[in-house]
Every structure is written in C-alpha cells, then in structure tokens.
Ligand binder design. Structure first.
Ligand SMILES: NC(=O)c1ccc[n+]([C@@H]2O[C@H](COP(=O)([O-])OP(=O)(O)OC[C@H]3O[C@@H](n4cnc5c(N)ncnc54)[C@H](OP(=O)(O)O)[C@@H]3O)[C@@H](O)[C@H]2O)c1
Length: 211
C-alpha cells in the first residue's frame, strides 16, 4: 500500500515509517522541516514537507491509507491541540474523502472516550482527540482508532492488551503502539473499530484478531 504518515518524524511516527517500509509498503512521510528528510529517508520513507496548520490535502493524493500520529505535544497549549490534534486530523479525513483514500488509522489516546473525566490540564487535549475521532467515525472511511495509554520509550515487547474499553490506565512502549498500528492497517476485522491498547501478554496480531 502507499501510506501517508502524518507526524512521521515523531517518536511513534519514526517507528511506524520503519515498520511500514520493512513490510514493503510505500511510505509518504509528512514532515514540517526539510532538515528532517534524511532521517525519514534512512527509515525507508519518502518525505513530503507540509504543515498541518496549513494546506495539507495534496499530501494524501495517490495514497491508499493515512496514518495520523501527529500532535502538538505535551509542551503545547490548548490552541495547538485545536489546530494540530483536532483540525489537522480532520483536514486529512476530508482530504482522504476527496482523494478516494479509503483507509485511515488514527493514533488517539486513552481518555478520549471520556474527556471530562481527565484532569483540567489534559482536557483540551482529550477533547481535541475525541472530536477528531468522532469526525473520523462519521466519515464513512474504513477507519481504525487506536487509543494507547501513557507512552514510554522502552523497547517494544510485541505483546499487548487491547479492547474497546480496558477499564484501567497504564503504559505502553511507543514501539508496540507502532507495531499495533502497522498490524491493524490491513486487518479488516479492525475496520470501523475504536480500541484501547496497553502493555500486556498477548501477541499483537492475536490481540487485534480478537477485537
Ligand atoms: N505522550 C503520550 O503519553 C501519549 C499517549 C497517548 C497518545 N499519544 C498520541 O500519540 C501520538 C504520537 O505521539 P509521539 O510521542 O510520537 O509524539 P511526538 O514525538 O510529539 O510526535 C508528534 C509529531 O507531530 C508532528 N507535528 C506537530 N505539529 C505539526 C504540524 N503543524 N504539522 C505537521 N506535523 C506536526 C511533530 O513534528 P516535529 O517532529 O517537527 O516536531 C512530530 O513529529 C500523538 O498523536 C499523541 O497525541 C500520546
């Protein structure tokens, strides 16, 4: 598949680009700084420079799938949550519909199911994620929404726990999130599904098959 990765230079995004390329997918890696291009090329992606706060629709053209793993980041304020986490994701939903790109995998967050239950500091982020997820759920696209717990930089284990609602909080290595995203891409049983994912004991493929 030809796959657009938004947030390709991010910590999850770089794993995603590498894993997609290893699986033989053609990866269009969206970056906002051309100096990041050599890193993305080394990982196996073809960089495209675009800013989610600007015009990005063209980056989807010719792609079979979009993976959204961008975000304003923990250091950013409510305004960036709105322009990047929500509007940026929604722009790519609209672009996917316009260009006939059917598949869209969203990296959301645990807590987006009930933003009001989050801390005051987290609420702008969780509301932005929840609204982007809702737009995608109503888009008519073949979507999958992945909601990981707190991300860590530990090496991935290849095993997780996944369910529409896990009823608890926890952590998961970014590498395992990336593996789950890449594994879900062509798994039709995950189409039109929204699920939470944490570190666990079940091999990723098996955990996704049981959704
Ligand atoms: N941190 C957590 O515990 C947690 C938990 C659950 C879900 N998540 C979500 O998981 C996803 C991946 O997280 P991560 O740790 O990989 O985040 P990250 O390292 O901060 O990566 C985010 C990426 O988004 C890019 N980006 C930011 N603004 C952009 C813009 N205007 N246009 C284009 N790209 C832009 C950044 O570009 P630059 O490289 O140029 O900065 C960066 O590459 C995010 O959606 C995050 O919200 C995080």
């Amino acid at each position: 598949m030809r796959v657009l990765v938004a947030g390709a230079n991010g910590q999850v995004g770089q794993h995603v680009v590498r894993l997609l390329a290893e699986k033989g997918h053609e990866v269009r890696a969206m970056i906002r700084d051309k100096d990041q291009a050599p890193t993305l090329r080394e990982l196996g992606g073809e960089p495209v420079v675009a800013d989610l706060e600007g015009e990005v629709a063209h980056t989807v053209e010719g792609c079979d799938a979009v993976i959204f793993s961008a975000g304003g980041g923990p250091g950013s304020g409510a305004e960036k949550k709105e322009t990047i986490d929500r509007q940026g994701a929604v722009k790519l939903v609209e672009a996917a519909r316009k260009h006939g790109t059917r598949r869209y995998v969203m990296v959301s967050a645990m807590g987006a199911a009930d933003p009001e239950a989050g801390s005051e500091a987290m609420q702008p982020y969780l509301h932005a994620k929840a609204q982007a997820d809702e737009t995608l759920q109503e888009s008519g696209l073949d979507y999958t929404i992945v909601r990981p717990g707190s991300l860590t930089d530990e090496a991935g284990t290849g095993t997780v726990e996944a369910a529409p609602s896990l009823g608890k909080r926890g952590e998961i290595p970014r590498e395992d999130v990336a593996r789950a995203i890449v594994a879900t891409l062509e798994k039709e049983n995950t189409f039109s599904k929204t699920f939470e994912v944490l570190s666990g004991d079940t091999p990723i493929e098996e955990a996704l098959d049981s959704l």
